[in-house]
Ligand binder design. Structure first.
Ligand code: FAD
Length: 434
């Protein structure tokens, strides 16, 4: 006898857990399946968990600013306690350094229209707050480039500061929080359970089969498998019906000791500098986390098999990211041993996520989060729950996309923006910046 439920969600990362919570609140009986031993053990576990609003598209900004309010009111949103405690949102502000004076002009006009608070800082204000070098060195280069250490050829053009930016202290714990919240509404999470088949009959999905042969039946299956999303889409036979596809991209994030002036408690700002192609944020233990924002000089390391790829930090990536940051923070201590982590993004062709149905009735996907959707998990869960409920009630989402009223801001999330059938969105940054 197969176990039967209303909906199966493949994945218990931040996205699958958020969808579980939102669908359970609507009365669906949910089973989340994950091949790992606990919630948030996949790529979510290594997320930098930065909350920022600088997205290149208006829709991206709406989603990210809506997401901020969930993190700000995390305990209220969850409604349920977690015996491990709750993840904390550190609202330290986000500084986007500008290479040219008109950088982020469009984004700033969206901020004005959408009510995202921001300040324009000149270089003197930046330096009053943080000991950052305001020299202009770009475009970003690799240390192997003979001009890597060349003198500055000008100064940067100030920054946009969004005081509501920040980061979540523990992305894995945040996912566990969502799992407990979903369980309190009736969801069930089954671990060490690898989906090896998505079954269909009569032209719609009917359930999944696990690697050990166990069958689970449901009229709804949601792909929230993170960097494994393309594998689940292929099992369901829906990839050919998608104009926008997903694939896994290897990324490294490094850790360095905090230099003077970047005290964790007092100066914990998150920052991105396009001139260097790096971002950084404070981390407990008085260190900085440094990542690449995918400038043209950085090779894209596509991964064919998300279960088998190099998981050691490399000297090349470490030097590229840490040395570039050292130009911006001249007092940066550089340890002689690389330290950091390696994980995968699940990237779409235009680096914007897919939150959608598929051509197989009953099969949905929340995939292609492109290294930047941790912050958006709760509103994405809200969107997916509304979209699934509408489609299951016969709504034609492809023809008339579901629009979801935000709970915290006066805006609307347009489901059509996230369609698998969209043309490549040329407004995208085509990078982790979204
Ligand atoms: C290094 C790094 C830094 C990042 N920094 C940020 C940031 O600062 N801010 C931000 O907003 N976002 C950031 N992101 C992106 C963000 O973390 C992701 O968008 C988000 O965590 C994706 O969540 P997910 O639930 O889709 O994927 P995952 O957490 O990977 O969850 C998918 C789950 O599916 C399971 N699964 C896969 N295949 C199967 C199968 N066949 N059967 C059963 N289970 C399966 C996996 O085990 C996994 O647990 C970052 C990502 C990385 C990798």
């Amino acid at each position: 006898m197969h176990q039967t439920t209303d909906a199966i969600i493949v994945g218990a990362g931040i996205i699958g857990s958020a969808i579980s919570f939102e669908l359970a609140k609507k009365g669906y009986k949910i089973i989340n399946l994950d091949k790992l031993p606990d919630a948030g053990y996949g790529s979510t576990s290594n997320s930098c968990a930065i909350v920022r609003f600088h997205y290149s598209t208006r829709d991206g900004i709406i989603m990210a600013h809506e997401g901020y309010f969930y993190w700000k009111n995390w305990a209220d949103y969850l409604e349920s306690p977690d015996e491990r405690g709750q993840a904390k949102f550190r609202e330290v502000g986000m500084l986007m350094l500008k290479t040219r004076p008109d950088d982020y002009r469009t984004i700033e006009s969206y901020f004005e229209e959408l009510g995202v608070p921001f300040e324009r800082w000149d270089n003197a204000m930046i330096q009053a707050r943080l000991p950052l070098n305001t020299g202009l060195y770009g475009p970003p280069r690799l240390p192997s480039d003979e001009n890597f250490w060349a003198e500055a050829h000008g100064t940067i053009a100030g920054a946009t500061f969004t005081p509501q930016g920040g980061y979540v202290t523990d992305p894995q714990l945040a996912t566990h929080n969502l799992m407990r919240a979903a369980e309190a509404k009736g969801s069930q999470f089954i671990y060490n359970a690898e989906v090896s088949d998505v079954r269909q009959a009569g032209g719609r999905v009917i359930g999944v089969t696990l690697k050990d042969g166990t069958m689970l039946d449901a009229p709804i299956v949601v792909n929230a498998a993170g960097p494994h999303s393309f594998i689940i889409n292929r099992l369901a036979g829906v990839e050919a019906g998608m104009k926008i596809k997903t694939r896994a991209l290897r990324h490294e994030v490094h850790t360095v000791p905090s230099p003077p002036g970047f005290d964790y408690e007092q100066n914990g700002v998150v920052a991105h500098c396009g001139d260097d192609g790096v971002y950084f944020r404070p981390e407990l233990g008085n260190s900085l986390i440094v990542g690449s924002s995918d400038p043209a000089c950085d090779p894209l390391e596509w991964v064919d098999d998300p279960d088998s790829y190099p998981t050691e930090v490399t000297t090349e990536r470490w030097q590229a990211q840490v040395y570039r940051l050292a130009k911006r923070i001249t007092a940066l201590p550089i340890p002689n041993q690389p330290k950091g982590l390696v994980d995968l993004y699940d990237v779409t062709d235009d680096w914007l996520p897919i939150y959608d149905k598929s051509d197989l009735p009953g099969f949905y996907m929340a995939v292609g989060t492109s290294g930047n959707q941790f912050k958006n998990a709760a509103p994405a869960g809200h969107l997916m729950a509304e979209l699934i409920a509408a489609c299951e009630n016969g709504h034609d989402h492809d023809r008339d996309p579901v629009r979801v009223k935000c709970r915290h801001t006066p805006h609307t999330i347009n489901g059509g923006f996230y369609s698998r059938l969209r043309e490549i969105n040329e407004e995208s940054s085509f990078s982790v910046m979204g």
